[in-house]
Design a protein around this ligand. Structure first.
Ligand SMILES: Cc1cc2nc3c(=O)[nH]c(=O)nc-3n(C[C@H](O)[C@H](O)[C@H](O)COP(=O)(O)OP(=O)(O)OC[C@H]3O[C@@H](n4cnc5c(N)ncnc54)[C@H](O)[C@@H]3O)c2cc1C
Length: 275
């Protein structure tokens, strides 16, 4: 815990452990499981090839004060060129302001007055006094959408964002990461407990989890390209995309995205035996 891995220990072409920032080595004779997110060491050290799917936006996160009468659980607002979301955290709003990819410094240079004006226009009912004081309060999250071509090599398996960086769209990346972990446990726990070498079965985890990842990333890419990219580029949206119009017209259909977001497209249940 609280130890940064900065490199790998290799033994005759196999990954055999990690090297820590303080110089120590931790050895793993069977498997190093990389669950270290979008900035994974396997990416930093170019150990496994990454396919970029592209993301048109980055996100500034910050807190906004919330009045008791503000109500509602989640709010979003779109205007030509701008998009923002407020998540209810009971005593404050967690605010996300979407900006075109790579434009963080330009947006900061416009100043907090400019940002306050955008929020006042998007959410006219909000009382913004006491919020948006300094650019130091803005936390930049760089959005990525990509996946590794191969999630493993001898001695190492990547899961979660390390294997497939997810966009925030749908708030579904954590579900996928946990489902990967369950699938990995189902495939590997018993052989590892029995002292077996697992290199030859690592591809089973990718085989099981790659399809749901592709489906969800495809949905995120469609939303990025047709809605978010279009809004942030400043093109006026005169008509909602057809899937959105269908959801609007047939309320029962709204259960479908709810189900996909909540449960995923391939559900995982813990099946590995207690060891
Ligand atoms: C702006 C934004 C908003 C998002 N919002 C949502 C949301 O609302 N809901 C949702 O489901 N998904 C959301 N996502 C996606 C979600 O964050 C990821 O898909 C999910 O966190 C992936 O989980 P993970 O465990 O694979 O990686 P992470 O959650 O990134 O965890 C990786 C862990 O590894 C640690 N680590 C990294 N490098 C090292 C190292 N070298 N040594 C030791 N430890 C290390 C990190 O400290 C971290 O604890 C969002 C993504 C973005 C960019």
């Amino acid at each position: 815990m609280e130890a940064e891995a900065t490199g790998f220990v290799e033994d005759q072409g196999r990954i055999a452990g990690v090297r820590l920032a303080d110089g120590r080595e931790i050895r793993a004779d069977k498997l190093v499981l990389m669950a270290d997110g979008r900035g994974s060491l396997v990416r930093k050290l170019n150990m496994l090839a990454v396919n970029q799917l592209g993301a048109p936006m980055d996100v500034f996160w910050f807190h906004l004060p919330k009045a008791p009468h503000d109500g509602e659980v989640l709010r979003g607002a779109i205007d030509t060129g701008h998009m923002a979301i407020l998540i209810d955290r009971r005593d404050y709003w967690q605010a996300a302001f979407l900006i075109p990819k790579g434009s963080a410094e330009e947006v900061k240079a416009r100043g907090m007055g400019w940002l306050r004006d955008q929020f006042a226009a998007l959410f006219p009912e909000l009382d913004l006094s006491g919020g948006l004081g300094s650019t130091d309060d803005l936390f930049l999250l760089s959005v990525a959408l990509d996946r590794l071509e191969c999630w493993h090599r001898p001695g190492l398996l990547a899961i979660g964002d390390a294997a497939h960086a997810m966009s925030p769209i749908g708030g579904i990346g954590i579900n996928l990461a946990i489902q990967d972990a369950v699938a990995a446990a189902n495939a590997l726990a018993a052989p590892l407990a029995g002292g077996e070498h697992v290199d030859s079965i690592l591809q089973r985890v990718q085989k099981r989890r790659e399809w749901p990842t592709r489906v969800i990333q495809r949905g995120q890419k469609l939303a990025q390209d047709n809605i978010i990219g279009a809004v942030l580029s400043g093109r006026p949206i005169t008509r909602a995309p057809w899937p959105v119009r269908m959801l609007d017209r047939f309320p029962l259909l709204r259960r479908v995205p709810g189900r996909i977001i909540g449960l995923g497209v391939r559900r995982e249940r813990v099946e590995s035996p207690k060891v």
